[in-house]
Ligand binder design. Structure first.
Ligand SMILES: NC(=O)c1ccc[n+]([C@@H]2O[C@H](COP(=O)([O-])OP(=O)(O)OC[C@H]3O[C@@H](n4cnc5c(N)ncnc54)[C@H](O)[C@@H]3O)[C@@H](O)[C@H]2O)c1
Length: 385
């Protein structure tokens, strides 16, 4: 047989085998499964796969079991309230459930809070990731060969580790040249205590792969938005303030650019990477939706004017406030690798996703009240005088 034909056939067979592998039910520990993205991953795993899920979450202010109501009765869902820094309990969970995959999302995630109090970020994002890696290595080393080969530690990270990209309004920007994007080769240059702590955790994960051979895979994703997002973040904060007739705070000139991805698209990408991604590989995940913050806010106002009209347009409440210290001006992802190698691409455009999001908040005001729980009143965070 001609060698290229044989190679093609072998490729097809291995793709088929990878497909079969992808649908074989696995036991997956999801850390941070009660948070915004983690809960979307857990809902997707329970609703649309046969995998077994162990949600390992400390339940900080950002974790809420109400986000998992629709899956909590499933026999394939288990919850363990544990801090990832607690080695003894992490060990117990590994020994009890014998996972095939760890999807590590647990983190302190809000940049403004990291400016006010970096300590929790160092503890959970760096020390916690180290503790989890240490326990994973102990468990993985003792596995029998077949289970050991198939095992994956999937570390979920952010595009913020790369720092900021040139902005179209930069004085020396050449308008004839396309602006650069973050690729998997972009050098790390984090700006905030949050992104620096995530960058540290990414380095630890790579070191555990290179030094101990732990089969890891890393993803770096752009800004997510969608249902169950804690109201301290821009999109839910603007929706809820608008409904209450409060000012809609926009940092600086509002011209910071983010690449927005609908959270359920991210969850689908993460499951694809966890089950089919290459060992030691990194995948960037993004939505091809570069938007200035001010345009995001105006879009929300336009949708609200349509679905919940008031006497004055919502946009009249937009208020420019002092910028965040060290605020990165632009993030944008080149997601070619995950599209080509794993066949993932987002299902939602920004226009469809933001409409779904606004409608979700209108229908879930109780959830918003419960998660804020008196301790957070959508006040300004981020150490600004
Ligand atoms: N939100 C985004 O736009 C975005 C984008 C890219 C990457 N990420 C990354 O994705 C992950 C999830 O982000 P998110 O927005 O869902 O965060 P989130 O703040 O909504 O949720 C974090 C979850 O982790 C839990 N947690 C915190 N500390 C813990 C600890 N010590 N032990 C166990 N559980 C703990 C919290 O209770 C919460 O349920 C993070 O690692 C974040 O860096 C987020």
């Amino acid at each position: 047989m001609h060698s290229s034909l044989l190679a093609g056939l072998l490729g097809l067979v291995s793709q088929k085998l990878a497909g079969i592998n992808a649908v074989t039910p696995k036991t997956i520990i999801v850390t941070g499964g009660a948070g915004f993205i983690g809960s979307a991953v857990v809902r997707e795993l329970i609703n649309n796969t046969k995998h077994q899920v162990i949600n390992l979450d400390k339940l900080t202010y950002a974790g809420n079991l109400e986000s998992l109501k629709e899956v909590e009765a499933s026999e394939r869902y288990h919850f363990e309230q544990v801090d990832i820094c607690d080695a003894q309990n992490v060990k117990r969970i590994f020994d009890t459930y014998q996972p095939d995959i760890v999807m590590h999302l647990a983190a302190e995630s809000h940049v403004d809070r990291s400016i006010d109090g970096p300590s929790e970020f160092i503890q959970t994002n760096i020390v916690g990731t180290y503790t989890l890696l240490d326990q994973t290595k102990r468990y993985w080393t003792a596995l029998e060969e077949r289970k050991k080969t198939g095992f994956r530690f999937h570390h979920i990270s952010t595009d913020e580790v790369y720092g900021e990209l040139p902005h179209p309004e930069d004085a020396n920007a050449d308008s004839n040249k396309p602006l650069p994007l973050f690729t998997e080769q972009t050098a790390y240059s984090p700006s905030s205590p949050y992104s620096a702590s995530k960058a540290s955790s990414d380095h630890l994960v790579r070191a555990w792969h290179k030094t101990y051979g732990l089969p890891v895979v890393i993803t770096n994703c752009s800004n997510n938005y969608g249902p169950y997002h804690f109201p301290e973040k821009l999109i839910p904060l603007v929706i809820l303030n608008a409904l209450e007739g409060k000012p809609l705070p926009v940092y600086g000139k509002g011209n910071q650019i983010r690449d927005w991805l609908y959270v359920e698209d991210h969850a689908r990408a993460l499951i694809r990477v966890a089950t089919e991604g290459g060992t030691g590989e990194t995948y960037n995940i993004g939505g091809h939706n570069e938007k200035q913050n001010i345009d995001v806010v105006k879009t929300i106002c336009t949708i609200l004017d349509e679905v919940r009209p008031k006497e004055t347009p919502y946009a009249t409440h937009i208020t420019f406030v002092a910028d965040r210290p060290g605020h990165d001006m632009r993030y944008a992802i080149d997601a070619t690798k995950i599209q080509k190698e794993l066949g993932w691409s987002p299902q939602e455009t920004f226009e469809t996703g933001i409409r779904k999001t606004v409608e979700w908040y209108l229908n879930h005001l109780e959830w918003c009240q419960h998660v804020q729980d008196g301790s957070y009143q959508r006040e300004r965070l981020g150490n600004v005088e």
